[in-house]
Design a binder for this molecule. Sequence first.
Ligand code: ZN
Length: 287
Amino acid sequence: MKKAKKNVILTVIHGVGYRLNQKMQQPEIIQTNFGSVSVSFFPYDEMNSIAFISRHQGKRHVPPHKINYKALIKAAEIIEAPVLAVNSIGIMRPIPLSENFKGTDTHVKPKTFLSHPFFIPNDFIDLTNRAGTFFDQKTVHADMTDPYCTDIRSLLRSALSDCRLSYSEGIYLCTEGPRFETKAEIQMFSTFADVVGMTGVPEVILAKEKGLCYASLCVLTNAAAGLSGESITADEVKVSVSNNQNQIFEIISKLSEILSQRKKETGKKKKKNSQCKCRSAVKGGKL
Ligand SMILES: [Zn+2]
């Protein structure tokens, strides 16, 4: 696949319950050293397209701990566009809402997450047992001071505000899964993180190792164990993402519009105008 042909402005790596837009082109296969990845392209405008990669590739839903994260990120590297990950999460504690929200709520809470489903992680805690590096043969320490691209996060905030959508920001904790967490675990986790999910790590780490600009738009799909008085089900997660998918698509379109606008203004060689440090994340970490 040649990038020039597709002119991809944004790569979206998404999860469950995501019904692809009707204008989506037939999926193409990108071969990587780690396996093949199916990618669908959406013609955003005459010049640009958006690449969509399903995290759970294939007809059968690949469970979070079995996802081929290296192949997904390698494919994103080949596509050569900033990455927006879409992840489902559970809320563990009240989180302050964005300033653009003019209603009476000040926080999104485990009982009100349906009204404020969008969350942008600015940091993460990794409690998985997954192989989270491309550097198995040599020692390279990637800088994780800002694990999620500061530039794309800022554009994502603008996109959400332009769409008149509230959001919250904070710390994402990733568990191994596939089981949901226990009540005792949530009680402990909620003292040091805001939300919990199973698919954010090692994707974000691998993206950083590749120097990709990578941010995540998380969708609150449930209250974490013990916070709603009811059991958590996979259907609940799927239905919640499904209900929000028009808005998710709207946010992706707006973000693409902002990126496309900026590309027009700065030209294709915007490397020197880059406002983040993603490209140099492993520069000082090689031994
Ligand atoms: Zn970046």
